[in-house]
Design a binder for this molecule. Structure first.
Ligand code: ADP
Ligand code: TRP
Length: 325
């Protein structure tokens, strides 16, 4: 039995890239009865970039609604909000006191901002330590993350290793599961789909807005009549991720044959998104308008999470010999 744990920041709404690249694979992993899975929304981490708690709460609600709409089973997965488990802050502090300054100075998340130190908060600087606490607090064995988080996982292992060296047997050293091969879903401008580029497709948008978004996908200036290159066509690239094999081939043939305009291709993609995610769109709205239902799920998840975090923190205090209760 492996305990799998991962977190996602509540930095905005979840888009098609997040859904295909992170949410669906994590839900698949959680279905394996050999695994025990923990999934949380890292709202405390979001505070390093968003300074308005109300905005974070809104994002957390939309993020939780998206996970639940995509089929996360809260009976099988411990699904919670990071800030509902206060033990994580105490553990982060303890780990802070065991983390060498130069290690944090080396973190990409900090180095990216080093040219403007006035903008760097202590929270951003110690971001990797809170992440280590997120993981170590639950004795996680496996942490699936994107490539960009690899260094944070190495730091988690280093911090845990250093602590264990002094106080043996305190932490379980987690392995990372880096999804190198996960495809990068393109956004409407052809760059990686990302909240930070504002080029994303939010499949939970109302119909009219979703259509408008799809219609704004960038294409070249070829006329309706001209044959087109499917592989360099962003509309086709996105379509092929959600369409079946036959539909995929059909659009490719149509584009390559000519007399098939980008407007038509976009309409086909829009209709595909509407039909492929019809059930999930309905579920999203169901959760999104029912805040108390989502809150309830998160609270239940936090109780289960605290059943684990309490004893682990007690073990840390005991091994450290610190203020034993
Ligand atoms: P964003 O770039 O929108 O801020 P995040 O960095 O919060 O997204 O990523 C959350 C998760 O979604 C990560 O696991 C990441 O690998 C995945 N993800 C984000 N964008 C894409 C994309 N365009 N294609 C595939 N996976 C993605
Ligand atoms: N830093 C991660 C990200 O931005 C989110 C995160 C926070 C996380 N704590 C974690 C991921 C613990 C895995 C495990 O994507």
């Amino acid at each position: 039995m492996a305990r799998i744990l991962t977190g996602t920041q509540s930095s905005g709404r979840q888009h098609l890239g997040n859904i295909l690249g992170a949410i669906q694979p994590a839900i698949e992993l959680s279905k394996d009865p050999k695994n025990e899975s923990f999934l949380f929304i890292a709202d405390l981490h979001s505070l390093t970039s968003i300074k308005d708690g109300k905005v974070i709460n809104e994002n957390t609600h939309a993020t939780a609604s998206a996970w639940l709409a995509m089929g996360l089973d809260t009976e099988k997965t411990v699904f919670y909000r990071q800030s509902d488990v206060p033990e994580v802050c105490e553990l982060a502090w303890i780990l802070n006191c065991f983390t060498p300054f130069p290690m944090l100075e080396n973190a990409h998340s900090f180095k990216d901002k080093v040219s403007n130190l006035a903008e760097v908060s202590a929270g951003l600087f110690t971001y990797p330590v809170l992440m280590a606490a997120d993981i170590l607090l639950y004795d996680a064995n496996l942490v699936p993350v994107g490539k960009d988080q690899k260094q944070h996982l190495e730091m988690t292992r280093d911090i845990a290793g250093a602590f264990n060296h002094r106080y043996p047997g305190t932490f379980i050293l987690p392995e990372s599961k880096i999804s190198e091969e996960t495809m990068t879903i393109p956004g409407i401008d052809g760059r990686k789909m990302s909240k930070s580029y504002n080029n994303y497709i939010d499949i939970f948008l109302p119909e009219k807005e979703l259509r408008k978004k799809v219609m704004s996908i960038v294409t070249d200036a070829k006329t309706v009549e001209e044959p087109k290159n499917a592989d360099s066509c962003i509309v086709y690239q996105i379509y092929s991720l959600v369409a079946g094999q036959d539909e995929d081939l059909e659009m490719r043939r149509n584009l390559e044959a000519g007399n098939y305009g980008y407007g038509t291709a976009k309409q086909v993609l829009f209709e595909k998104l509407m039909s492929a995610f019809a059930y999930e769109r309905e579920k999203f709205n169901h959760f999104y308008i029912d805040r108390s239902k989502v809150e309830n799920e998160l609270k239940k998840g936090a109780e289960k999470a605290r059943d684990v975090s309490g004893p682990v923190l007690a073990r840390v205090r005991k091994n450290l010999g610190f203020n034993l209760k």
